[in-house]
Each structure stands twice: as structure tokens, then as C-alpha cells.
Write a protein that binds this ligand. Structure first.
Ligand code: MN
Length: 350
């Protein structure tokens, strides 16, 4: 185990059940499994489907075939004289109830353990950063292709399908989340679902999507126009862009998540669109699409730390009219940030 968890002592063991944390700690991904961390050794229990791959890929854990997990754990607890077992709070109540009943040690769901894992995961190693960048480059290649595909008459659903097809073709292991493509009036819904609405001249099209590489996700949003834009569309677009760039200018280690959010919100409020910026400014990204930290209004206890990757995604949504969102991923550094997103941000009119 490369990352030592201070929760593990001679008497206390930790059982990692969620797949994302198991993957984070072992480098091995499986839908089902248990990772037991003790002071003497670590054990990864996986079923027959995964044994061979786990033995090759899991680092620093002895891989064992999962049979009856309670019996298998109890045997180890007896040998090691373990008294207490901590599990993550994200597990469902039936898992907790089962373990509590079946194990010979005291079982607790630990919020502190879950928080610690989130904090560890938020600071990316250079290998993790490389995976996020690789995913982002795939998404950017798909963006270049989509610019040639979008025209009057194609539907939101077709645009989403084309983006996903291109991402897979370019090496994406999957999709970071359900691809969002919304156009015209639909674009005022920040998280709208692609429909069969065809693109019309004068539409804004907002595309929010991400690729997956080495298990790590990317997240990018671009809004493009088709045919022509009104003065209001132009004004809103440039306000969002200014807000988005204001965040890039201020974020660095030590500033609070609330300050990062405020940098964007201030620009949008000053332009008179404050009430139409209806979500937080950004979030951490990694093995999951929404990770710690959360760049939201008033979040002043959380400070940004070097090595975190956060999105910067302000938006303005005018109901029944249109919406604009622009999103990059930023790697927080000691004295500033590095923008991991290279795709064009100036207004593109197709
Ligand atoms: Mn995002």
C-alpha cells in the first residue's frame, strides 16, 4: 500500500468495500471485493472472475479468493488479535448490519476514515494527473471532430452519440458521465438530457462531457453557436468566459473554495446576471466525477491544495431563452494553476 492510513493500528483493522477506494489503494478495479488493511499485512479478496487479473495488477496486497468473507476475516482477526474494524460510511446499511452480526470484532462505520480517503484522493500524483490529461486529450480530439459534424438539422442526441463514438474510437475506456448536449431553449437547463430536437440557426449548443483513461475521468464543457448570435447571446457568452478566466487567475494553494467561487460569481453579478448562475463554480475530478474539493459559495473552511484537480465551470442560464457554460480542468499549484484543457474557448459560430 503506497498510502498509509493512520487508522490502522495493532488492534484496529480497516475494511475498504467501495470499489473506488479499493481501486485507489490497490490500483486494481473490480465491481465486487474487499480490501482488508491490518498492521501486519493487506489482503484483497476478489471472486474467481478477478483472481488472475488482481494478482497481476494489485500492488502491495495479498490477493485471496473471496468465499465467505465473514469466515475469512474472522480467521485473520483471530490470528492477529484484532479487536476493532472500521469501514467507510458510504456502504449500505445491509452490508454494515451483516458485518456487525457476522464478525467477531467491533464494527464501526467511520466518517473520519471516509473523509481521510477523500482528502488523499483529492491530491493527485503525477501519474494520476497524466491519466486525467490523457482523458482530456481524447475529449479534445472529439471536440475538434464535432465542430465538423454540427449543422442545422442534426439532433442533440446525434451530437451526443457522435461525441461518444469519437471518444471511444480515440481510446476512451468509457464515459465520465452521461454526455450533456442541449441546444436553443434547452440550453437554459444546466444538466439537460439530449433530445431529438434538431439544431436550428441561432442556437447555442452546450456540450458537457468527459472521457476515461486509466480509470481517471476528464470533464469539459463548451458552448458553440450555429449560424448567428444576438447581441445578448454574445454578451452572455463573453461574461461567462470572463468569469471562467477570473477563476484561473486567482486559484492556487491556500485560497479557499469560497474565494475561487467568488471570483467567477463576482464577474457574473457585476454584469447583472447573478441570479442566473445557479450552481457552484467547480468540483474535484479523479476516479469519480465529483470529488473533493467543492468550489461553492461560502465554502471558506476548505482551502485549495497543490495537486488537486478542479473544474472551473461558471454558467448563465436564461430560462426560455438560452444558456452558456464553459468548463476547463485546473491543476492547483503553489503559486497558481495549470489549465489542463486546451480546447478553444473563444466563441465559435459554426
Ligand atoms: Mn463538471
Amino acid at each position: 500500500m503506497t498510502k498509509k492510513l493512520r487508522f490502522v493500528t495493532d488492534k484496529t483493522a480497516v475494511l475498504i468495500i467501495t470499489s473506488v477506494n479499493r481501486r485507489y489503494l490497490t490500483g486494481f478495479s473490480s465491481s465486487l471485493g474487499y480490501l482488508l488493511l491490518t498492521n501486519k499485512a493487506n489482503f484483497l479478496f476478489v471472486d474467481g472472475r478477478y483472481i488472475e487479473a488482481a494478482q497481476k495488477q494489485a500492488s502491495n496486497a495479498t490477493v485471496l479468493k473471496l468465499e465467505n468473507i465473514a469466515e475469512q476475516l474472522n480467521k485473520i482477526f483471530k490470528e492477529q488479535e484484532t479487536q476493532k474494524l472500521l469501514i467507510e460510511v458510504e456502504n449500505d446499511i445491509s452490508t454494515f448490519t451483516y458485518l456487525k452480526k457476522a464478525l467477531i470484532v467491533k464494527v464501526s462505520a467511520s466518517a473520519a476514515l471516509s473523509e481521510r480517503l477523500k482528502a488523499l484522493r483529492s491530491i493527485k500524483t503525477s501519474a494520476e494527473v497524466d491519466c486525467v490529461i490523457a482523458a482530456q486529450r481524447i475529449a479534445e480530439r472529439a471536440f475538434e471532430e464535432i465542430l465538423n459534424f454540427i449543422r442545422v438539422g442534426v439532433t442533440e442526441r446525434e451530437i451526443a452519440a457522435f461525441l461518444e463514438y469519437k471518444m471511444k474510437s480515440f481510446g476512451s475506456e468509457g464515459f465520465a458521465f452521461d454526455t450533456i448536449v442541449v441546444s436553443g431553449k434547452n440550453s437554459s437547463m444546466p444538466h439537460g438530457v439530449p433530445t431529438d430536437k434538431p439544431i436550428e440557426a441561432g442556437d447555442f449548443i452546450t456540450m458537457d462531457y468527459g472521457a476515461v483513461y486509466g480509470g481517471y475521468l476528464s470533464d469539459m464543457t463548451r458552448t458553440v453557436a450555429v449560424g448567428h448570435v444576438t447581441d445578448e447571446m454574445n454578451d452572455v457568452y463573453n461574461t461567462v468566459l470572463k468569469a471562467q478566466e477570473a477563476v484561473i487567475k486567482v486559484v492556487k494553494q491556500g485560497i479557499t473554495c469560497g474565494e475561487a467561487d467568488k471570483a467567477a460569481r463576482q464577474v457574473i453579478e457585476n454584469a447583472g446576471y447573478g441570479e442566473f448562475f445557479t450552481h457552484s463554480t467547480g468540483h474535484g475530478v479523479g476516479l469519480e466525477i465529483h470529488e473533493t474539493p467543492n468550489l461553492r459559495s461560502g465554502e471558506n473552511n476548505q482551502k485549495l491544495r497543490a495537486g488537486q484537480i478542479v473544474t472551473d465551470e461558471p454558467g448563465i442560464y436564461l430560462p426560455e431563452k438560452f444558456g452558456v457554460r464553459i468548463e476547463d480542468m485546473l491543476l492547483i499549484g503553489k503559486n497558481g494553476c495549470k489549465n489542463l484543457t486546451k480546447a478553444e474557448k473563444r466563441l465559435i459560430i459554426l
